[in-house]
Design a protein around this ligand. Structure first.
Ligand SMILES: [Zn+2]
Length: 341
């Protein structure tokens, strides 16, 4: 299959996005537009100079610029526009289902009300469901560089809106902020009916993945690259079919890997891990779902079957009902059978 055939194959796959930070989909053009209408001076004088700053040596360097960008979001309309821009973009990439993270503390810590943030995001998700046919789940992430006490405050703020929120996650600076730091707040979140996920083993060691499983009781790992350091852990992930939401372009941009050929996705599939492909912070890492699939397939020389497996895994690992999962998986099977013939 040549490059343009591969691209075409990927574009047509019905896809599910399970690892996406809505603030990380903030494209510079929209950021400048919102900054202007909110009278906020940007540290960069043009879209080009901002884009030039998107060169990162590690997770922290990215987070520093990500938090600067998020500061221009003030009003409900801003959060709506951010989310709507993401949804229309992925609609053009044949994404059928999204499970989206938002980071309330990035906004509440600068005086924006929880309600403002979630209302804008929720209204855009509902509009996309009605008008674009994209189904969704919303995941509230705790910032792990902050304290557990602060996460508890966020949990409390979320309760009036809990019908809109399906799960909680754990993101931001991983090193030095192990899952164990948030054991109590995850327990309290589960008691509110939230499903649990956590970023683990992106930069941090495989021990953090064990902690996420055993102490936080998560149902899905975000990233989890480092599980391959630990055979016993791999066995457990395979046995329990814990989904790992991989983000290859993010890994490349944040120097978790130095070249796409080194990405662990294929190795994980070979071992029977429920690996999936997603975009993390697409505005910063150079690509949405199609680009992540394409560059991974190219870099690892994936077979058509492996690409199909990754697409199916994302629906298997989603929080859709079994009936909805079966419908999407049948569509993927029939899409690929037309390619195989
Ligand atoms: Zn992430």
């Amino acid at each position: 299959m040549n490059s343009s055939e591969l691209k075409q194959l990927i574009e047509g796959i019905p896809k599910a996005e399970l690892h996406l930070h809505i603030e990380g989909s903030f494209e510079p053009e929209l950021m400048f537009e919102i900054a202007k209408r909110n009278n906020i001076a940007m540290d960069y004088d043009s879209i080009e100079s901002l884009k030039k700053a998107y060169k990162f040596n590690n997770l922290q360097e990215f987070l520093d610029i990500y938090y600067i960008g998020a500061q221009v979001l003030i009003h409900e309309q801003d959060f709506f526009d951010l989310t709507w821009a993401y949804l229309t973009k992925v609609h053009s990439q044949n994404v059928k289902h999204v499970e989206v993270f938002f980071d309330p503390q990035t906004h509440t810590d600068r005086g924006i009300a929880f309600e403002v943030v979630i209302s804008g995001i929720y209204k855009a998700l509902e509009k996309a469901k009605d008008e674009l046919g994209i189904t969704y789940k919303l995941i509230m992430s705790y910032l792990r560089h902050l304290s557990e006490e602060e996460a508890f405050k966020t949990l409390e703020s979320s309760i009036p809106f809990k019908d809109w929120i399906h799960g909680v996650g754990l993101d931001s600076s991983e090193m030095g902020n192990p899952p164990s730091k948030f054991e109590k707040v995850f327990k309290a979140s589960a008691a509110q009916g939230y499903k649990l996920v956590a970023h683990a083993g992106e930069e941090g060691p495989s021990e953090y993945i064990w902690e996420a499983l055993d102490l936080l009781n998560i149902v899905r790992i975000d990233h989890g690259n480092r599980c391959l350091d630990d055979e016993k852990l791999v066995k457990r992930l395979v046995k329990e079919q814990i989904p790992l939401t991989l983000c290859p372009l993010s890994n490349l941009e944040l120097q978790v890997i130095t070249k796409m050929e080194d990405h662990p996705a294929a190795k994980m599939l070979d071992k029977g891990i429920l690996a999936t492909i997603h975009s993390d912070d697409p505005a910063y890492f150079g690509g949405y779902m199609n680009e992540n699939f394409y560059k991974t397939a190219k870099g690892l020389n994936l077979s058509v079957n492996q690409i199909k497996q990754l697409a199916i895994n994302a629906f298997v690992g989603s929080w859709l009902s079994n009936t909805e999962k079966d419908k999407h998986i049948a569509n993927i099977q029939s899409y690929f059978s037309s390619f195989e013939n």
